[in-house]
Ligand binder design. Structure first.
Ligand SMILES: Cc1ncc(COP(=O)(O)O)c(C=O)c1O
Length: 458
């Protein structure tokens, strides 16, 4: 691409493209970095810079870029049947096969799938299905869903309401009625003098307190991500999820595991709930189901819920034009085949996850790093002004953004969530590439430290 072509694209981008989750004015001033190509675990920008994608796109490009098998699967399906809907008692071959495949890798109590196009739409579907379930059981007042502060469940009206992002709730009159939140299980910030195990029980107890405060007969469901992703890779203590399960069972509350990030091998299991040993009623999935090669999402539903929806008869008045899109489903089938054939999950569990953990935890000796946490192929660290005293930086310094800028400039994508720096690399990374990535991250921590020292902020 010539410099002139690039400037023309940048100008179009600035003049016409409203980017998601973006300060439009700030972007207009700065201009976009245009990404033109991907190969393996690398992306390339229009200026020819090669950047190691430590975030797998947006947590989704699990198998990396340039997988011909996925492109071929799309091409074959497009030439055979590019689209047909699943309304009006019709179906298509990839959708039926993918539903069965997802049921086969999901926990045993779950055997049915509803397709959507994204994680947000999956969660919207769940809100409607949960409320219909309780209506059909003669308990229509049971319509309150409990989520968590700093949880992320998407950006549609229901998705953003289930999530606990204060900045999102501040715009557009959210949350919608009958969605309430409890505190997140963030040990480093909220653990106090407790052990991790003790804190996990305490944090789960906040759910019980909320159920009792709202009224047992009002609470329909609880939703959480096994590991909070967009909130900054918050990994709960191992005692947390089993206690959440106990509480949901005790009060008959449906359990929703939002696996949009944790699904498909990210934690070394098909779904994060399998790692933590929970038995959800709903799993939200999206992103890595196609490794990001096509927008596809949906919901895996437990038999106890789907049997009520089916047995009652009557239409579930909900669906999307592209529910069960044959091209997306064909790509997902091929993606899952590759994950099995290449033993991606085993590799994450036995090789890549432990390797990433060892290398990432070594960053904890850096003067800026307060704590490091990893699980499978996600990792997070927090930048602290005085790590011994757990003293955070002044938020107006936007220290995370300084570090993120250095990472981009040095050739690694690392995301900043406030002052938490997080990664979720492709599941096909080699141990050598992990070493390279950690080397660059350390260099960027040094550069951030230098910049803060020069500003007099450290
Ligand atoms: C846990 C979780 N749920 C839901 C979503 C929303 O998915 P989408 O952006 O595909 O609507 C996301 C997106 O990052 C997510 O991380």
């Amino acid at each position: 691409m010539t410099k002139g072509d690039l400037e023309a694209v940048r100008a179009k981008d600035a003049a016409h493209y409203l980017h998601p989750f973006t300060d439009f004015k700030a972007l207009e001033a700065a201009g976009s970095r245009i990404i033109v190509r991907g190969e393996g675990v690398y992306i390339f920008d229009a200026e020819g810079n090669r950047i190691l994608d430590g975030m797998s796109g947006l947590w989704n490009v699990a198998l990396g870029y340039g997988r011909r098998e996925l492109a071929d699967a799309a091409y074959r399906q497009m030439m055979t049947l590019p689209f047909y809907n699943s309304f009006f008692q019709t179906s298509n071959i990839p959708a039926a096969r993918l539903a069965a495949e997802l049921a086969s890798i999901a926990p045993p109590q779950m055997s049915r799938v509803f397709f959507a196009n994204s994680g947000s739409e999956g969660n919207d579907t769940i809100v409607r299905a949960v409320r219909r379930y309780w209506e059909l059981l003669g308990q229509p007042q049971r319509d309150v869903i409990i989520g968590r502060h700093n949880g992320y469940h998407g950006s549609t009206m229901a998705g953003a309401s289930l999530g606990g992002m204060a900045g999102m709730h501040a715009q557009g009159g959210l949350p919608i009625p009958n969605i309430v939140h409890i505190e997140q299980p963030y040990f480093y910030e909220l653990g106090g003098d407790l052990t991790e195990d003790e804190f996990g029980i305490k944090a789960a107890g906040w759910l019980e307190e909320k159920i009792l405060a709202v009224g047992v007969d009002r609470v329909a469901a609880f939703i959480g991500e096994p590991v909070q992703g967009a909130g900054g890779v918050i990994i709960p203590p191992r005692t947390y999820w089993p206690e959440i399960q106990r509480i949901c069972d005790a009060y008959g509350v449906l359990l929703i595991s939002d696996e949009v990030i944790c699904g498909f091998g990210r934690l070394g299991t098909w779904f994060g709930c399998q790692h933590f040993g929970v038995r959800p009623d709903f799993i939200t999935f999206a992103k890595a189901v196609t490794s990001g090669y096509f927008p596809l999402g949906g919901v895996i539903v437990s038999d106890r819920v789907s049997e009520v929806l089916i047995e009652s008869g009557g239409e579930f008045n909900h669906g999307y034009t592209n529910s069960g899109h044959p091209v997306g489903c064909a790509i997902a089938l091929e993606n899952l085949r590759i994950m099995k054939d290449e033993k991606i999950l085993e590799n994450v569990s036995n090789v890549l996850g432990p390797h990433l953990a060892a290398r990432f935890h070594a960053l904890a000796d850096h003067p800026l790093v307060g704590v490091t946490e990893t699980l499978g192929m996600v990792a997070g660290l927090v930048l602290m002004s005085e790590k011994q005293k757990k003293l955070a930086f002044d938020p107006t310094l936007e220290v995370g953004m300084i570090c993120r800028r250095h990472c981009f400039e040095q050739g690694v994508v690392m995301r900043a969530v406030g002052d938490r720096m997080i990664i979720a690399p492709p599941l096909v990374m080699t141990t050598r590439e992990i070493d390279d990535m950690i080397g660059v991250i350390r260099r960027c921590l040094d550069l951030t430290l230098q910049e803060l020292t020069a500003m007099g902020a450290f």
